[in-house]
Design a protein around this ligand. Sequence first.
Ligand SMILES: *Cc1c(COP(=O)(O)O)cnc(C)c1O
Length: 449
Amino acid sequence: MKKMIASLICLFLSLQHSFALDFIDSENFAIECDHVDPLCSVRDYFLIPKNHDGSSQIYLCGHSLGLQPKRTQEIMQTELEAWANLGVEGHFKSEAPWYTYHELVRNSLANIVGAKPEEVVAMNSLTANLHLMMVSFYTPSPSRYKVLMESPVFSSDTYAVKSQILFHGFDPKESLIIIEPRQGEDCLRMEDIEKVLDERGDEIALVLLSAVNYFNGQKFDLHHITNKAHEHGCLVGFDLAHAIGNVPLDLHNADVDFAAWCSYKYLNAGPGAIGGVFVHERHLSSPTLNRFAGWWGNDPNTRFQLHLQPDFVPVARADSWQLSNPSIFALVPLRASLEIFDEVGMSEIREKSLLLTGYLEFLIQQIHSDQIEVITPKDPLERGCMLSIKVNNNPELLMEKLHQEGIICDFRRPNVLRITPIPLYNTFYEVWKFGQILKNHLNDSTEIL
Ligand SMILES: *Cc1c(COP(=O)(O)O)cnc(C)c1O
């Protein structure tokens, strides 16, 4: 056992590029992994939902809604009291003045997405932000008016893009280029993305892809895609819904034009949480960019000259895309969550994630069932925490069975279960337990499937 612990510590220490790990399918191994896991105690910062019998759920659904940090209630209470005690004066006189409250999350968000602080702002929700970004970065001309997206794509993104295309007087049928996985494959190939850009790049106004795909968990090389698209004169935006807080990002250096995200998935900021955007530095003080304006995007120094019927003076930060003053009660849970990200750091989170998801993959492989197939890329550099499992027979029933055993995951039509161990609050033991339960049900398949 001592030897195992020693090798595990080595595993944790020297992990960066050695993915061929010696995992073992055993309860003891999983428990020992948790013992040597440097992030093991971070789980205590979260509230883990319970089953009817009082035991903790095995919550593998953080890709859909992250769990609540315990600190959230405390900070929420503080702000409720500030409102109760200070009324309007809370804008300037509370401990964390509401007037500048959105600035409290700026540095943490910048770290998480790899940006300069002035390039990010927390505001609105994801789809609303995609629209605001397209107001600025989708400005089609008669010769360059197309948008490149990927398949499978989340419905809301397609709705948003099609409505923008229509808004500009173009036909979505002709203007939307959707790049699909090859016949018989589940993920996109970089060479196919390159090919579309090489062949049709000069018709494309905007490339709008996910950084991590919501359905199959594929993670894209943002640097490469952005460079390639820029060579052809396209602007490039990324939807970070499944990437932010999941994988390390480097938006500034990748030269991405813009990005938008929601914060209720890997960022654990609560249902419908406040989203955010990244706008690259080079666009921040562009005088020619279209943008929709509101008082909160104006330079704070002249924001209150309401009586002068002033012209909008955008502040030279991503803040200038804000329209309204933000909901303080939406920013509170984000703050509580970002404290944890600040403390732990994205590289440590990623390090554990590679092990945890690697272990999940290993356990699924051990089952040797022809009922299931992992469709997420095998290369850990091309995925985040989530594994998507294609289930050949009756996936809904399998999910129901897992649910009865206290496992929370989700199902995406037609036949995919999404399973996500989150390094901040899931354990190796939980992943092992999931593997056991899955194996038992699949071996029982004549009965249940
Ligand atoms: C979760 C998700 C959304 C959700 O959109 P909201 O505007 O936050 O409701 C949109 N797009 C993608 C890719 C998602 O994963």
